[in-house]
Design a protein around this ligand. Structure first.
Ligand code: SF4
Length: 455
């Protein structure tokens, strides 16, 4: 087993250099969504999933379902997801049928047969782009295949401009407990110039209806650092979000991956720096938002979230996934995790549908993790919560994180990004560390994963 403690800190050992490098927003991924990096997942490993599906189900691993809806009204300039803006109702129906067929085949395999989902997630794309009959047909069939009577969360992403009372009622009635509104910003010029399809009036309307319908948990997403954002506009956005009083707010820092409209424009203009705020400004904006929400009684629960009532409001999908739950991915480009194996489906809709209609597996690439990689994955993902307990990793993985990651933790402490409190069984990030946690996490990767591309 190669150890992360064996090698020196690489990327950030010279923190000044690290700061300079990360000052301007350049093209590339910032967000660490999973481990090992996606660039290591391979088509050849898809057989490992097939083998697993023929084995008996595990006794104590929760199961989640992820269904990907790849349709949007418009493509945002910063979007790096696989989305389609030109599909008509019959094409969408064909896609949904393919997804249901994929799900039905999975549900019949020994590893999944008879299991019930603990959580369900509709992501995209824009799940709320579906019509009410499409939503009903899809979820009725899903429930026939695997009943939802034991789910503790059904999360659903929505774009405000696609919502009306009728649709929101249907979303509530199918069992959605966590409605996540992709607000991103409240200024119409910022929204428009970043390619968003909705405007502030639609946000107000959708939010008001959702509240009146009594959704258990309403989250709003914001992005710090959209094109044309300013200190003033960001402060106004935060003030408006505080005033709305959602249960949870998720705030991302704008990144500019390669397959975005912004990058294409940068390339055409011969520019290396993206036309969005630099990293220090974005961190400052998130910090400002965190502080304002704290004044309003919210708690910072991760590098991206503030929650009004942490005792009541949980994010089951995130927590279960980070702790190694099974996640069955359905639909084009969907990501999942089964029995310690990461998997992703075909990334384009036409080959995805063809593959399913032919009766073949839609898995495009996979990665069978080792116990050590699962340990590192859970350690780095949970660091995003701002604090972890070493005893948890000792009990679950038999790993002493304080020894294993001694150089990394020393470096984090010396830079003021965190504090190790061994006596109280705690590794805690400072606010400064939390605001840039994704760039710190690479230090905990195995050596051969640190020097490779992330995606
Ligand atoms: S709404 Fe979301 S998924 Fe759709 S184009 Fe915009 S960022 Fe991408």
């Amino acid at each position: 087993m190669s150890s992360t403690a064996d090698i020196p800190i690489t990327h950030l050992s010279d923190s000044k250099k690290g700061q300079e490098k990360h000052h301007a927003t350049e093209v590339g991924n910032y967000f660490v969504a999973n481990y090992p990096p996606f660039s290591f997942w391979q088509k050849e490993q898809a057989f490992a999933v097939e083998k697993l599906l023929d084995t008996a189900p595990p006794e104590d691993v929760p199961l989640g379902l992820y269904f990907h809806i790849p349709f949007c009204r418009k493509r945002c300039h910063f979007c790096y997801f696989r989305v389609y803006t030109d599909k008509n109702a019959s094409e969408i129906r064909r896609y949904i049928h393919a997804g249901m067929e994929e799900f039905a085949r999975y549900a019949a395999r020994p590893y999944l047969k008879g299991r019930k989902p603990h959580f369900v997630y509709f992501g995209g794309g824009t799940p709320s782009y579906l019509s009410v009959p499409q939503l009903r047909e899809l979820t009725d069939r899903m429930k026939d295949l695997m009943p939802w009577d034991e789910v503790s969360e059904v999360a659903f992403e929505a774009e405000p401009g696609t919502l009306n009372p009728n649709k929101l009622e249907a979303i509530r009635d199918i069992g959605v407990t966590r409605l996540s509104l992709g607000v991103e910003h409240f200024d119409d010029h910022v929204l428009g110039s970043n390619g968003r399809a909705h405007r502030s009036g639609e946000i107000d309307r959708a939010y008001g209806i959702a509240r009146s319908l009594g959704f258990e948990h309403v989250n709003i997403d914001l992005i710090a650092g959209m094109m044309n954002d300013t200190d003033e506009l960001w402060k106004a956005t935060v003030a408006k979000a505080v005033e709305m009083s959602p249960d949870c707010v998720t705030i991302y820092q704008m990144e500019v991956p390669y397959n975005t409209g912004i990058y294409k424009q940068m390339k055409a203009d011969g520019k290396e720096t993206a036309p969005v705020a630099d990293w220090e400004t974005k961190r400052g904006w998130v910090n400002y938002a965190f502080t304002e929400f704290e004044k309003a009684g919210y708690t910072v629960t991760s590098a991206y979230t503030v929650v009004k009532d942490p005792e009541r409001i949980k994010f089951v999908y995130r927590d279960a996934l980070w702790e190694g739950a099974d996640l069955l991915p359905i639909g084009v480009a969907s990501f999942g995790h089964l029995g310690g194996i990461h998997l992703q489906n075909q990334a384009e809709i036409a080959p995805y549908i063809d593959t399913i209609e032919r009766g073949d597996s839609a898995i495009f690439r996979a990665y069978a993790t080792s116990p050590d990689e699962r340990f590192i994955r859970e350690f780095i993902l949970k660091l995003k919560l701002g604090s972890v307990r070493p005893s948890y990793y000792q009990a679950k993985f038999g790993e002493d994180v304080l020894t294993r990651f001694a150089p990394q933790l020393q470096w984090i402490e010396s830079e003021g990004f965190g504090k190790v409190d061994a006596a109280n069984d705690k590794i805690e990030l400072t606010r400064d560390g939390l605001l840039q946690v994704d760039r710190l996490l690479h230090e905990f990767f195995l050596p051969h994963h640190r020097t490779a591309r992330y995606t």
